[in-house]
Design a protein around this ligand. Structure first.
Ligand code: SF4
Ligand code: SF4
Length: 319
């Protein structure tokens, strides 16, 4: 039977994850929009994720670079709130060469001014001209990629596409080979040291099935994590970026929202206030299995040429 490599390519590259997962009449694709401009770093999302999913404790250690005490995503940290302290004046150009950051009222609660001070800025130790550090906070998670390399390479079918378009690991099918770990362009998925199997965010698949939103989005007090129909979230996110630009925050940008990027867009995307690298995110991620169909085709051609050569040699000797 001839093997249709173009079919393999289109399967790997489908832009419609729920249908690519084999569902005839799937639910609309859902996702996360994480608006980091309103994150307060409370880590309620991390805690809610741990509690709902019964994820084991994996230690709390400071990085030495910030007040972050959970360091990075991993087998036992499926939500991670990065703390980035930037020692640059509030009005200085951003890493991307933007026009700079000005103080903007985002509608957040304010601290009362200290006695004798005339404003909250003064209470922070300034003179109304805020020149100290700025803090960026971002709750990171598995991106539930449109083109998920982890899923492409899994040899046991432990990773699968759900009817919601998300990517989930079945721990009872995972054999711990770790192919998914090296395939993920974001460094999200990891094998756990004590059981050897791969673990990551499931977008609370069990809660979705019961019509509930994921635990992290439910717990977030500022709506920094928003869950819902992915198309609606993209429209909402674009409106938020425009609102911030008009309010004097030119650095605001979306990350992972573009369906034409190297992974076909993310099911979990972000509004950032600086370059992706500042948050530890790859600036231009590409699905690591992108060239797989071409590689298989080249391997098949090479094997064919080898067999032809061997046959010619064998037949030549018989004459
Ligand atoms: S971010 Fe990594 S682990 Fe998550 S779906 Fe994409 S490739 Fe898989
Ligand atoms: S994303 Fe929400 S819950 Fe998580 S740290 Fe930020 S504000 Fe808190």
């Amino acid at each position: 039977m001839a093997f249709d490599l173009s079919a393999l390519g289109s399967f790997l590259r489908s832009d419609d994850p729920p249908h690519a997962g084999g569902y005839e009449d799937p639910a609309p694709r859902v996702g996360f929009f994480t608006d980091t401009s309103v994150c307060i770093g409370c880590k309620a999302c991390e805690v809610a994720c741990k509690e709902w999913n019964a994820i084991p404790e994996d230690g709390l250690t400071f990085t030495g670079m910030s007040y972050d005490n959970s360091e990075h995503l991993g087998a036992s940290t499926w939500r991670h709130v990065a703390f980035i302290e930037q020692q640059r004046p509030m009005g200085a150009p951003s890493a991307g060469g933007g026009a700079g950051t000005t103080t903007v009222d985002l509608g957040m609660p304010t601290m009362p001014a200290a006695a004798g001070s005339s404003s909250a800025d003064e209470a922070l130790g300034g003179d109304g001209d805020r020149t100290g550090m700025r803090w960026l906070m971002a709750s990171d998670v598995c991106k539930h990629c449109t083109h998920a390399a982890c899923l492409d390479v899994c040899p046991t079918g432990a990773l699968f596409r759900t009817e919601f378009g998300t990517v989930v690991v079945q721990e009872d099918v995972c054999n711990g080979c770790g192919y998914c770990v090296s395939a993920c362009p974001y460094g999200v998925i990891e094998t756990r040291k004590d059981d050897g199997r791969a673990w990551k965010c499931t977008m609370c698949y069990d809660r979705l099935g019961a019509g509930q939103e994921p635990a992290c989005a439910k717990a977030c007090p500022t709506d920094s994590i928003q869950f819902g129909d992915l198309d609606e979230l993209r429209v909402r996110a674009q409106a938020r970026v425009e609102q911030l630009h008009e309010a004097g925050v030119p650095e605001a940008r979306l990350y992972g929202a573009d369906p034409n990027d190297g992974v076909g867009g993310d099911g979990a995307f972000f509004l950032l206030l600086d370059e992706p690298e500042v948050y530890g995110l790859p600036p231009d991620p590409v699905v690591t299995t992108r060239d797989l169909p071409v590689m298989w085709r080249n391997a098949a051609l090479a094997a064919g040429a080898l067999l032809t050569g061997l046959a010619a040699t064998f037949l030549g000797r018989k004459r």
